[in-house]
Design a protein around this ligand. Structure first.
Ligand SMILES: NC(=O)c1ccc[n+]([C@@H]2O[C@H](COP(=O)([O-])OP(=O)(O)OC[C@H]3O[C@@H](n4cnc5c(N)ncnc54)[C@H](OP(=O)(O)O)[C@@H]3O)[C@@H](O)[C@H]2O)c1
Length: 315
C-alpha cells in the first residue's frame, strides 16, 4: 500500500511509519522540516497547498497526525497554536484530497479520547458516550481541550471528499517503550519513587498498547464499513491508583509517593505542562472496533505494562 502520514515525525507517526516500512509498504511522511528517516519525507508547511499534494495521488491511505504538541502550558499563544495548527492542517488535507485526480481510499484523521466528558459513572463509547464541555466544576483548561477536539473533528466533517472514507480516530494515550513517549514519562516517575496515585486516584485512565494501536490502524484501513468517529482505546480503562500500582508491580517497585492535586499543579507549572493529562477521568471504550470483530492483544493494563516494561528493559 502507499500510505501518506502528515505530521508523521512525532511519537505516533514514528510508530506507524516504522511498522508500515517494515511490512513493505510505501511510506511518505509529510513534515515541515527535512528529516533523515528510512522512509521518504516530503515537505509541506501544514498551511498551504503545494507540491506535496502530488503524494496523495493514488495513495491507499492518508493519516493526518499534525498539530502543535499539547504538552505545554495553555497560555494564550499556545492555545492559538494548538487549535489553529490542527484545524488548518486538517482543512488542508481535505482540500488536497478534494483536488486529487485519484484520491486516497481512506483518510484516517487523528482526534482524541479527550473529547469525551470527565466522568466516573459509565464508560464513553461512540454511540452512548457524552462529549465533554458542560461538566460541572471542571477547570477551564479542560473545556479548552474539548473545544480543540470538537473543532478538529468539525474540520474533517466539513471536508468535501465524496470518494474518500473518513475516520476520526478518538485515540487514548498510546503506550510504547520509545524514548520521550508517555509511557517513558510515567515509568521515570515510578523509577524515581514518585509513581503513586495522582490526585484522589479515582479518575479513569484510558490507554492503548502501541501494537494494538497499529493493528487497529490497519483494521481501519482495511474495513470499508468503518467510518466516522472510532475510539482507539483498550476495552478496560482503570482508575489511576490501579493503573499506577500495576506499573509499579511490572517494574518491581514496591512503593510510590502519591501526588496530591496541589502538588501536581505546582509540578505542572515547573514542567511547563498541564495536569489535565493525569487528572481528567477518561473512561473510553472501543465499541465500534469490538463490534466489527477487532480483538485486542492487550486488553488489560497489567499484561500490557509488563510487556512494555520488558521491551523498555531490552532497550
Ligand atoms: N501520543 C498520544 O498518545 C496521542 C493520543 C491521542 C491523540 N494524539 C494526537 O495525535 C497527534 C500525534 O500525536 P504525537 O504524540 O505523535 O504528537 P507529536 O509527537 O507532538 O507529533 C505531532 C507532529 O505534528 C507536527 N507539528 C507540530 N507542530 C505543528 C504545527 N504548529 N503545525 C503543523 N504541524 C505541526 C510535527 O511534525 P513536523 O515538525 O515534522 O512538521 C510533529 O511531528 C497529535 O495531534 C496528538 O494530539 C496523540
Amino acid at each position: 500500500m502507499k500510505i501518506v502520514i502528515s505530521g508523521g515525525t512525532g511519537q505516533v507517526g514514528t510508530i506507524l511509519a516504522r511498522a508500515f516500512e517494515a511490512d513493505g509498504h510505501d511510506v511518505v511522511v509529510l513534515s515541515r522540516r527535512p528529516k533523515n528517516a528510512p522512509w521518504r519525507t516530503a515537505i509541506w508547511d501544514a498551511e498551504t497547498i503545494g507540491d506535496w499534494t502530488a503524494e496523495l495521488e493514488g495513495a491507499d491511505a492518508v493519516i493526518n497526525l499534525a498539530g502543535r504538541s499539547v504538552n505545554c502550558r495553555y497560555n494564550q499563544e499556545n492555545r492559538r497554536l494548538i487549535k489553529e495548527s490542527r484545524i488548518r492542517s486538517t482543512q488542508l488535507v481535505g482540500e488536497a484530497i478534494k483536488r486529487a485526480i485519484h484520491p486516497p481510499r481512506v483518510w484516517l484523521q487523528m482526534s482524541t479520547a479527550t473529547i469525551y466528558a470527565h466522568r466516573f459513572d459509565a464508560a464513553n463509547d461512540e454511540v452512548n458516550g457524552t462529549l465533554g464541555g458542560t461538566e460541572f466544576g471542571v477547570p477551564e483548561t479542560w473545556r479548552f481541550s474539548i473545544d480543540v477536539a470538537t473543532s478538529w473533528e468539525r474540520a474533517v466533517d466539513e471536508a468535501d471528499v465524496p470518494h474518500t472514507r473518513k475516520v476520526k480516530m478518538r485515540s487514548a494515550m498510546v503506550m510504547s517503550p520509545d524514548d520521550g513517549g508517555i509511557f517513558d514519562t510515567l515509568l521515570r516517575l515510578v523509577r524515581y519513587g514518585l509513581g503513586g496515585s495522582s490526585g484522589n486516584g479515582r479518575q479513569y485512565v484510558s490507554w492503548i498498547h502501541y501494537k494494538d494501536f497499529l493493528r487497529a490502524v490497519y483494521w481501519l484501513i482495511e474495513h470499508d464499513d468503518l467510518a466516522g468517529a472510532v475510539n482507539l482505546a483498550a476495552p478496560n480503562p482503570l482508575p489511576n491508583a490501579d493503573f499506577m500500582r500495576a506499573l509499579r508491580e511490572a517494574w518491581n517497585v514496591g512503593l510510590g509517593l502519591p501526588a496530591t492535586r496541589w502538588m501536581l499543579e505546582i509540578g505542572a507549572i515547573i514542567l511547563r505542562t498541564e495536569t489535565e493529562l493525569i487528572l481528567k477521568s477518561r473512561r473510553v471504550v472501543p465499541r465500534k472496533l469490538l463490534e466489527s470483530g477487532f480483538t485486542f492483544h492487550f486488553p488489560d493494563w497489567p499484561e500490557a505494562t509488563r510487556d512494555l516494561c520488558c521491551r523498555y528493559r531490552e532497550g
